[in-house]
Ligand binder design. Structure first.
Ligand code: BGP
Length: 456
């Protein structure tokens, strides 16, 4: 039996744009996703857009009951900026009513809400002004954050500012998976820098408003594993860590951007525009905890040929395809649970053992109806095995002193996923796309026993 620490959080994660639905109703304005889908529906799997998703806006009360039914004692959801402040300034009272009721219902079912402020869902009014490229985005986000802390601070004690900020940077400005889908390393760096400052400004606003709550940030983190111990591969891994992990984690926890990252950017004419006072803002507003999303390891090697100055991150490190890897063929991601042990020790040794939790981990599988039994239940034993393996390595890290306080699966109910629509399913509950009916999978029942036993 692997026992987890007392009061361990057993939960699941979801996000507003992937679940709420009613995307252009009840006062909500458009996000980049609504806009992009309207403009180019063919980019989205089976033309599945953000309008309906899982219908949480209408089903949330019964969903809170479902959380309890599978033993969740916590759940991460997000607030939609475009729903709460449709023009960035005016509070939408329908949104306030919805979120207050939703968070209260979670608590009534014994589920602690952990609420995130930004999950890739840039309001279109702000994107029209340059999005995170514009320095004004920092103040706009701080205002939104402060509004949330004031409106919901009595119901929510754990907040996070951003989900995987590196993803909207790289997908929006390097790899074309998010709007505005441009390729421009310099602009990507500026977007990342403003996002970091927006995070810091939100933490500052939080300290001014909240006396009892805690605030963190959710980062997608894997250690970088080099192809070999050769000097060039080690350098590639070091640079990958600087860009992908330490760029946000160091300033969030330690209060400074790594000097080596600044040097690397300077050598490649990639430094962002910086204002007086930024350094202090970064130094002073540290987080209370980290949320860590983990799906797959990052493996790199030295690039064959590289542009100088760099045009893309690939000029610093090339992906390495480990021949021995185990893979989830549906999502194309390597399965490597050992990394959870490695990051647990990294948090302990390099980040002064700050409290943290696994804020996402899970397995997306296509065509899950194949695993439906005679009574209509999806027998997702592969998901149970995946989570058990990951939890085992996490448990080892905790035994060795890492302060992990929870494990949140991605996700609660099958949800919409950006350009992939509903292709891969991750939920403890299956979603019927025709009826929006939810039915518990075998993994949901399994998770209940894990939560009840505080281990497995
Ligand atoms: C994370 C995101 C989630 C979710 C998850 C699964 O990076 O925070 O929003 O989408 O990945 O990935 P995907 O949906 O692309 O399969």
């Amino acid at each position: 039996m692997k026992d987890f620490p007392k009061n361990f959080l057993w939960g699941a994660a979801m996000s507003a744009p992937q679940t709420e639905g009613q995307s252009l109703a009840f006062g909500k304005s458009a996000t980049t996703w609504d806009h992009w889908f309207q403009k180019s529906p063919e980019k989205f799997n089976q033309s599945q857009g953000p309008a309906i998703t899982s219908g949480v806006y209408d089903h949330y009360l019964a969903d809170c009951q479902r959380m309890e039914e599978i033993g969740l004692n916590s759940l991460r959801a997000s607030i939609s900026w475009a729903r709460l402040l449709p023009d960035g300034k005016t509070i939408n009272s329908a949104a306030v009513e919805f979120y207050r009721d939703y968070f209260s219902a979670m608590s009534a079912h014994g589920v602690e809400p952990i609420i995130n402020l930004f999950h890739f869902d840039m309001p279109m009014w702000l994107m029209d002004q340059g999005g995170w490229e514009s320095r004004d985005s920092i103040e706009a986000f701080a205002f939104y954050a402060k509004t949330c802390f004031e409106l919901f601070g009595d119901l929510v004690k754990k907040w996070t500012t951003f989900n995987e900020p590196m993803v909207h940077v790289e997908c929006g400005y390097l790899y074309q998976y998010h709007y505005p889908a441009v390729i421009d390393f310099q602009r990507a760096v500026q977007v990342g820098y403003h996002t970091l400052l927006a995070h810091k400004a939100a933490v500052k606003a939080f300290r001014a408003v909240s006396e009892t709550g805690e605030i963190g940030i959710i980062l997608n983190i894997s250690p970088t594993y080099p192809k070999s111990e050769a000097k060039a591969d080690l350098l590639a891994a070091y640079r990958s860590d600087l860009l992908n992990t330490r760029s946000f984690l160091d300033p969030a926890v330690l209060g400074s951007i790594p000097e080596d990252l600044k040097t690397l950017l300077a050598e490649n004419d990639l430094l962002p525009e910086v204002n007086a006072g930024d350094k202090e803002l970064i130094a002073e507003n540290l987080v209370d905890f980290i949320g860590l999303n983990y799906y797959q390891p990052r493996r790199v090697q030295t690039p064959q040929a590289a542009n100088r100055p760099a045009q893309m991150p690939a000029d610093f490190y090339a992906p390495y395809d480990w021949p021995d890897k185990k893979i989830n063929p549906y999502r194309g991601w390597e399965i490597y649970p050992e990394a959870l042990y490695d990051v647990a020790l990294m948090m302990k040794d390099d980040y002064h053992n700050i409290p943290w939790f696994v804020s996402e981990n899970g397995m997306g599988v296509a065509d899950e109806e194949r695993f439906m039994n005679a009574s209509g239940e999806i027998e997702d034993d592969y998901r149970i095995a995946f989570m058990e393996e990951h939890l085992s390595y996490l448990h080892q890290g905790i035994l060795e002193g890492s302060k992990c306080f929870g494990y949140h699966a991605w996700t609660f109910i099958d949800c919409w996923s950006w350009l992939n629509g509903y292709r891969n399913r991750y939920g403890f509950y299956r979603l019927d796309l025709e009826t929006l009916e939810r039915s518990v999978k075998k993994s949901g029942k399994w998770f209940k026993t894990v939560s009840q036993n505080n281990g497995f």
